[in-house]
Write a protein that binds this ligand. Sequence first.
Ligand SMILES: Nc1nc2c(c(=O)[nH]1)N[C@@H](CN(C=O)c1ccc(C(=O)N[C@@H](CCC(=O)O)C(=O)O)cc1)CN2
Length: 287
Amino acid sequence: MTAEIINGKEVAKNKREELGNEVAKLTQQGLTPGLVVILVGNDPASLSYIRGKQKAAEEIGVHFKLEHFEETLSETELLDVIENYNQDSRFHGILVQLPLPKHINETAVIEKISPEKDVDGFHPVNVGRMLTGQDTFLPCTPAGIVELLKITNVELTGKHVVVIGRSNLVGKPVGQLLLNENATVTYCHSRTKNLSELTKQADILIVAVGRANFIGGKDIKEGAVVIDVGVNRLENGKLCGDVHFDEAKEVASYLTPVPGGVGPMTITMLAHNTVKSAKQTLQKSHV
Ligand SMILES: Nc1nc2c(c(=O)[nH]1)N[C@@H](CN(C=O)c1ccc(C(=O)N[C@@H](CCC(=O)O)C(=O)O)cc1)CN2
């Protein structure tokens, strides 16, 4: 079998066009969605992801602001900055780029963002709403994965999804979102025994471990759908995923590439959440 490659770039482009139309309508009604991204330090990967976020936001007409601070910013100062944006009605979305420097407590920062502006979907209130299947801001990478699966017409009900990775950013929420779609979900992680036996049972395999070529063709069931969330930079400067692309291509039915698979959807779902937040603001102003 030769896998069909899921073109995340193309799906993201189409979704951004739709979002652009929604933003134009909102702007006509006097409300331009606003997004502020807060970065502490100069991590090159974070800077590159933020450039992508800015490009996508501006492309669809969202007002974008970057608040860039030195690595030495204190946690108290960061919490004060967030509080100011919680009160600032020009901004409907607040995102603090992760990872943060070690002296800043990530949980305290996430909990400081108003749940109504938490376009990352990381605040415990929004995580709770997601767990209970309520309408809320969904975390961007997991939501992007579900969107890719749906657009590809992959059946989710009753399918066995195996998620490798249990981070709060990707592993845990993507499993939960697919459980909400009636899939049967198995979580695997660094302590899982006989990993390959489990991955070979997956109808849909989601790999988010951050290790280049961690999953090979022998770990994949014939015809499985494989979603590669890894973004690993090799010594030669090239990017590669957690899945050995050439091997997986021979076994899977569908496969996401790196780059050009899940990554562009992460950025697009952020724009989606920002527009959603702006729409909610408009609705509240009409009540
Ligand atoms: N506050 C947040 N921090 C982080 C998140 C997040 O969702 N919210 N996710 C990741 C990084 N990330 C977005 O911030 C992100 C990662 C990868 C991509 C992407 O487009 N990848 C491209 C390749 C990019 C490259 O050339 O380097 C691809 O896969 O095609 C976008 C966003 C951690 N932090």
